[in-house]
Design a protein around this ligand. Structure first.
Ligand code: FAD
Ligand code: NAD
Length: 478
């Protein structure tokens, strides 16, 4: 007899494990199938996010930034270090420890909530039977199935991964020595974050970006400031560069690429390819199921993450929308709650995005250029961290916060940030927008002093023309 569950989740990344835990909290009998294996061949929960994405990259970003702060900025703050150095293997060991503690934490949560974890590869068969391939094959039955198999890096024909010299983002978290010269194809989120890590540790970093526009998904004013700051840090960002071929020879990679000035070659010790990720749909469902994909290859879902198959849902990187862990988690919770009769929805208009560089970049809502293109008139307020007491005290007073409010309704439509700890400062902006705040609502909120969040308050006051800590043209009463 096959085991029968109320819910089987395929994939234990942030979207899948969150769905499994929430469904179990709501009283369902839940199993979660996942095929992730560590280098040692052990099963590990948490998917890309915990094992090879958000968490390990942030561990390296944190420690490499501490190193730069001490090395380059310590003396200005009155700190002297003798013999400051880098122990890369200890840095990597810290990252691995954080990952292993967190992945084991998910296993503990599964146990505490009664979620059955089944290591192996899951495949949806007809009638919500899930086939599991591990050492042997087995089957379980489910009332409901959530597909949460995530995504994997795009492999380029002109620079195929070899796992050694040409690597994906996971390989780039494991370099055993700092490359002298590092090439990165793609100046997107991963290229900038991992490029920053290795630049801080001493590598010369060249980023080849196909688009002419830098960070086209961000507000243009933020993207311009970011390009200026990253260039000053020594990230050599070459826009409009199309890679033609890459050759690995004698421990180096030669990359041939084209830009508006013609063909060029670049020789690097290591090459990271970070040109986006694609959804893991291969072998996820049997052909006779006819699981519908959209035109970009994602599993087709409606706003509640229902697929075209009855009682089958899909969440996270596998479906449309930004490939972000928190977006997947909210979808996981929504589906678990809807299965149990609740009316939960996800507010896709308020998904915060963060790039964990220095300065950090964050935003929520619409960009100024998108509002312009849509013909929506907005009022803008910008406040620089140079006028924020806390940022000055930290010695990190570059960047600014920009608030966009609808000209006719005053509703906040977008908040864009570049500066210290903006990953945290974006949270009150997202909270306000979730409640449909007007700019005046933020203006009337009291922020603690001295905090970085005060720059959000001041940017909001600037929309109305009366920031306190910045001179603005006199407009009369408002
Ligand atoms: P995944 O995390 O990819 O998990 C899917 C799981 O399903 C995996 O364990 C996979 O092995 C398993 N699986 C796949 N197919 C099957 C199958 N058939 N059977 C069983 N198991 C299967 N996002 C952020 O929000 N913030 C960040 O700071 C951030 N940093 C990132 C840094 C890097 C370097 C990378 C690569 C990504 C980062 N992301 C970040 C993106 C984030 O990791 C993803 O959006 C998130 O992991 C997606 O979650 P998911 O559950 O949909 O899929
Ligand atoms: P991305 O979409 O952020 O950036 C890819 C970049 O590569 C783009 O700028 C694109 O124009 C460029 N590109 C594409 N093809 C190219 C080519 N042939 N040659 C040169 N450039 C090319 O994707 P990513 O950086 O690979 O990250 C993948 C996903 O992971 C993203 O969707 C992101 O949301 C997620 N992620 C999030 C975080 C975070 O939240 N902080 C961190 C890392 C990754």
């Amino acid at each position: 007899m096959t085991d029968r569950y109320d819910l089987v989740v395929i994939g234990a990344g942030p979207a899948g494990y969150t769905a499994a835990i929430r469904a179990a909290q709501l009283g369902l009998k839940v199993a979660c199938v996942d095929d992730w294996q560590t280098i040692a061949g052990e099963a590990a929960l948490g998917g890309t996010c915990l094992n090879a994405g958000c968490i390990p990259s942030k561990a390296l970003l944190e420690t490499s930034e501490l190193f730069v702060q001490a090395r380059d900025h310590g003396s200005a703050l009155g700190l002297k270090f003798k013999g400051l150095g880098l122990d890369l293997s200890a840095m990597l060991a810290h990252k691995d420890k954080v990952v292993s503690e967190l992945t084991r934490g998910i296993a503990t949560l599964f146990k505490a909530n009664g979620v059955t974890f089944i290591p192996g590869r899951g495949k949806l068969l007809l009638n919500n039977i899930v086939e599991i391939s591990a050492k042997s094959k087995s089957q379980i039955e489910a009332e409901h199935v959530i597909l949460a198999s995530g995504s994997t890096p795009v492999n380029l024909k002109s620079a195929p991964f070899d796992g050694d010299r040409i690597v994906d983002s996971q390989g780039a978290l494991e370099f055993k020595e700092v490359p002298e010269r590092l090439g990165i194809i793609g100046a997107g989120v991963i290229g900038l974050e991992l490029g920053s890590v290795w630049r801080r540790l001493g590598a010369e970093v060249v980023l080849l970006e196909a688009q002419e526009n830098f960070l086209s998904m961000a507000d243009e004013q933020i993207a311009r400031e970011a390009l200026k700051q990253f260039t000053a840090q020594g990230l050599d960002i070459r826009l409009g560069s199309r890679v033609l071929e890459s050759k690995v020879e004698k421990g180096a990679v030669t990359v041939r690429y084209q830009d508006k000035d013609g063909d060029h070659t670049e020789s690097v010790d290591r090459l990271i390819v970070a040109v986006g990720r694609r959804p893991n749909t291969v072998g996820l469902a049997s052909d006779d199921n006819r699981l519908l994909l959209d035109e970009w290859g994602f599993v087709h879902v409606d706003e509640h993450c229902c697929t075209n198959l009855p009682k089958v849902y899909a969440v996270g990187d596998l479906v449309r929308g930004p490939m972000l862990a928190h977006k997947g988690m909210e979808e996981g919770v929504m589906v678990a709650e809807r299965i149990t009769g609740r009316e939960t929805t996800v507010n896709y208009d308020v998904v915060p995005s963060v790039i964990y560089t220095q300065p950090e970049i964050a935003w929520v809502g619409k960009t100024e250029q998108a509002l312009k293109a849509a013909g929506i008139a907005c009022r803008t307020g910008v406040f620089p961290f140079a006028a924020n007491g806390r940022a000055k005290a930290m010695g990190q007073a570059s960047g600014f916060i920009k608030v966009l409010a609808d000209s006719s309704t005053d509703r906040v439509l977008g908040v864009h940030l570049i500066g210290p700890h903006c990953s945290e400062v974006v949270a009150p902006a997202a909270l306000a927008m979730s409640f449909g705040a007007s700019n005046e609502d933020i203006m009337l909120t009291m922020f603690a002093h001295p905090t970085l969040s005060e720059a959000l308050h001041e940017a909001s006051l600037a929309v109305a023309g009366h920031a306190i800590h910045m001179a603005q043209p006199r407009r009369g009463k408002s």
